[in-house]
Design a protein around this ligand. Structure first.
Ligand SMILES: Cc1cc2nc3c(=O)[nH]c(=O)nc-3n(C[C@H](O)[C@H](O)[C@H](O)COP(=O)(O)O)c2cc1C
Length: 322
């Protein structure tokens, strides 16, 4: 099972729709970027816009995600998601952003196992959808997970995703796979692996290692940046062959068309296109310097033309890198 990781600002519905249009069935599932319990109006329509079933029809199947630990709001939000038809909601206890973690939200709750138990004790028996968890090894230390797993094991969780970094590491440094596997082998719930899967080889190493350690297959592998760097990665993992460069080119075009349609003004449109470009150019036949030079273009039409030419291996406006 290949699952698209939630990435705030990147893997919202527009991306998921464009993706499933170009690569139907390549990703089996996705987790939506988090809905925070701190913004009041819990379960209000605009907070749930991204996961409204009618808007997600035909797109990658999606599981909503909740960030926060406010007990009553959590239950209310999970039930609003349940009322929309979702049978699983995911609890984010991995977000490392400082201002979030400082309030014991996201990875900030990991050093406090009692607080995790308090949330699970209150929430799990009260909500209609099943709860799954997405976490890191810890916030300050990669050992924190050792005290958390026995707590998770006391609840009938749908699954647990582990990203092999600490919150303090943010997204830098390397993933500690062995620690992930050690923790996961103590886990009762189905285990989903996450972190730094950017090639089919990395996927097969991780899958093989887990089978060797546990005698089981992974319940899933969740991939974030790997899909943004190379949208054809799920096809490569699944052994689906084709002209990957052409497929990526078509995907970029579909995504950029969607951005032009969905964003109201040129400045945010161009900003969004550049955000994706910074990631996806890595799998296209364009040099690092040319790709970076394109980020200096100020007009959408110039930028899109340069992208179009760059991916066809034609230098745009002479050599942009010079
Ligand atoms: C820009 C950005 C936004 C993210 N937003 C979320 C989020 O909303 N919820 C979440 O659980 N994780 C979020 N993550 C973490 C990813 O889901 C994932 O765990 C992390 O990127 C590691 O996986 P990867 O190496 O496959 O990218 C985010 C990561 C990035 C870089």
């Amino acid at each position: 099972m290949l699952i698209l990781a939630p990435m705030q600002g990147l893997t919202e519905l527009m991306f998921r729709r464009a993706y499933s249009q170009c690569f139907p069935g390549a990703l089996d599932s996705s987790v939506a970027p988090f809905v925070s319990l701190t913004h009041g109006n819990c379960g209000g329509r605009e907070q749930l816009e991204d996961i409204l079933p009618e808007r997600n029809e035909g797109s990658i199947p999606v599981i909503p995600q909740i960030l926060g630990h406010e007990l009553e709001e959590f239950v209310r939000m999970a039930d609003c998601m349940g009322d929309l038809g979702y049978t699983e909601v995911n609890w984010n206890i991995g977000c490392p952003m400082r201002r979030i973690a400082a309030k014991h939200r996201g990875s900030g709750i990991l050093p406090y196992p009692d607080e995790i138990r308090e949330v699970l004790d209150y929430v799990v028996p009260r909500i209609k959808p099943r709860l799954s968890v997405k976490m890191r090894l810890g916030h300050r230390s990669a050992d924190e997970i050792i005290d958390i797993i026995p707590i998770l094991n006391d609840y009938p969780l749908a699954n647990v995703t582990i990203h092999g970094r600490t919150g303090k590491q943010q997204y830098g440094g390397s993933v500690d796979k062995e620690r992930v596997f050690k923790a996961a082998s103590m886990l009762k719930a189905p285990f989903i692996y996450n972190g730094d899967i950017c090639t089919a080889g990395q996927w097969s190493t991780v899958s093989g290692r887990w089978s060797a350690i546990s005698g089981k297959t992974l319940a899933g592998v969740m991939i974030g940046r790997g899909v943004l760097y190379d949208p054809t990665l799920p096809l490569k993992i699944k052994g689906i062959e084709g002209d990957y460069t052409e497929m990526t080119r078509q995907f970029v075009t579909t995504l950029y068309d969607a951005i032009e349609r969905d964003f109201p003004h040129d400045i945010p449109r161009l900003r969004k296109m550049k955000e994706y470009w910074c990631l996806v150019y890595k799998s296209l036949p364009v040099s690092e310097s040319a790709a970076r030079a394109m980020l200096r273009l100020q007009e959408i039409k110039d930028f899109r033309k340069a992208v179009e030419l760059a991916v066809r291996c034609v230098p745009a406006q002479g050599d942009l890198s010079s």
